[in-house]
Design a protein around this ligand. Structure first.
Ligand code: GDP
Ligand code: ZN
Length: 305
């Protein structure tokens, strides 16, 4: 029966299956009048939330695109705001799992700081995942992890060997669109496969162990987890890595700098060699961690190029 078919279709949509649809009515008209309606996305993007009027089991009409919470752009720009011509690659991404290994390879905390700054700028919730906790590792890893916890970040200790932390990770992904990122060899593919077998190849993650993975595509796709939530694919990883933060906005992407901003002598202080800099004073006073400050300086120089 039609009623039965509809029920099945809705159940599939709820499980994250895609259902074909086309824009109609007010949306189609609005899209034509796109130049005037700046708030409407110029085109639908992966991740967009829409209101659909169901026609039958196969088709529905997209009647409305809901406002986006975030936009990951296709090009090397912060967002569509800073470059309105940049196409949206992925809409509504809201979480990033930044993976490092406790050892093999040794964690690169400068790179972690870079990812955290990008997440702050893009308003994405970061989760720091320290994997391979089953392997003996340096005590300094725990100390550094404590610093990030004190800054308010979630730190998760995981192992794909023992299963430690995997259920916690699964819980954190429910109801979110999440991207896994981090250097090669830290266990991203293994983690994603521990969450859902076969997911690493689906999301295009090249496993450093097997060298297997899907080849680069320019479009992004989302993959549903049976336990709830969605994973973004490797196209999203590349777009996030290319995220560009204007130099005057960088300091506020280091959360512990925020209380001191506005206290510097120069209002356009970049906190490097200016006199009477509140940030550098806070570093001297031990209120801001020296290594985090160095990460800031390094990123600032990168942005200058
Ligand atoms: P990716 O490049 O980040 O996707 O990393 P992979 O998932 O390919 O993992 C790299 C290597 O680390 C592989 O040999 C994995 O078997 C191994 N590995 C991944 N996770 C763990 C873990 O939690 N503990 C240990 N001991 N090895 C792991
Ligand atoms: Zn300053």
């Amino acid at each position: 029966t039609l009623r039965g078919k509809l029920k099945k279709a809705f159940a599939e949509a709820a499980r994250g299956r895609s259902v074909r649809g086309k824009a109609t009515g007010p949306l189609a008209r609005q899209q034509r009048a796109e130049a005037e309606v700046a708030t409407l996305p110029s085109r639908l993007s992966v991740g967009d939330r829409v209101k659909v009027r169901r026609l039958d089991a196969e088709t529905g009409l997209i009647e409305e695109v809901l406002p986006r919470q975030s936009e990951l752009a296709r090009r090397d720009v912060g967002s569509r705001e800073s470059n309105p011509r940049a196409q949206t690659l992925l809409a509504n991404l809201d979480q990033v799992v930044i993976v490092f290994a406790t050892t093999q390879p040794e964690p690169h905390f400068g790179m972690l700081d870079r990812y955290l700054a990008i997440c702050e700028h893009a308003e994405l919730h970061p989760i720091i995942c320290l994997n391979k906790v089953d392997l003996p590792h340096d005590k300094s890893v725990e100390e550094t992890a404590t610093l990030y916890q004190q800054l308010g970040y979630t730190v998760l200790w995981t192992s794909c060997e023992t299963g430690q932390g995997i259920e916690q990770l699964r819980e954190l992904l429910k109801g979110h669109i999440t991207l896994f990122t981090g250097p090669s060899g830290v266990g991203k593919s293994s983690l994603v496969n521990a969450l859902e077998p076969g997911m690493a190849v689906r999301t295009g993650m090249v496993s450093s162990a097997t060298g297997k993975g899907r080849h680069t595509t320019t479009s992004s796709q989302l993959y549903p987890l049976s336990s709830g939530g969605w994973l973004a694919d490797s196209a999203g990883i590349r777009a996030l890595a290319a995220w560009n933060i204007p130099e005057e906005e960088l300091a506020s992407c280091f959360v512990e700098f925020r209380p001191y901003l506005g206290e510097c002598f120069y209002s356009d202080c970049l906190h490097v060699d200016e006199e009477n800099c509140a940030i550098r004073q806070a570093v001297k006073d031990g209120l801001i961690n020296e290594r985090r400050y160095q990460s800031y300086v390094r990123m600032l120089k990168e942005e200058e190029r």
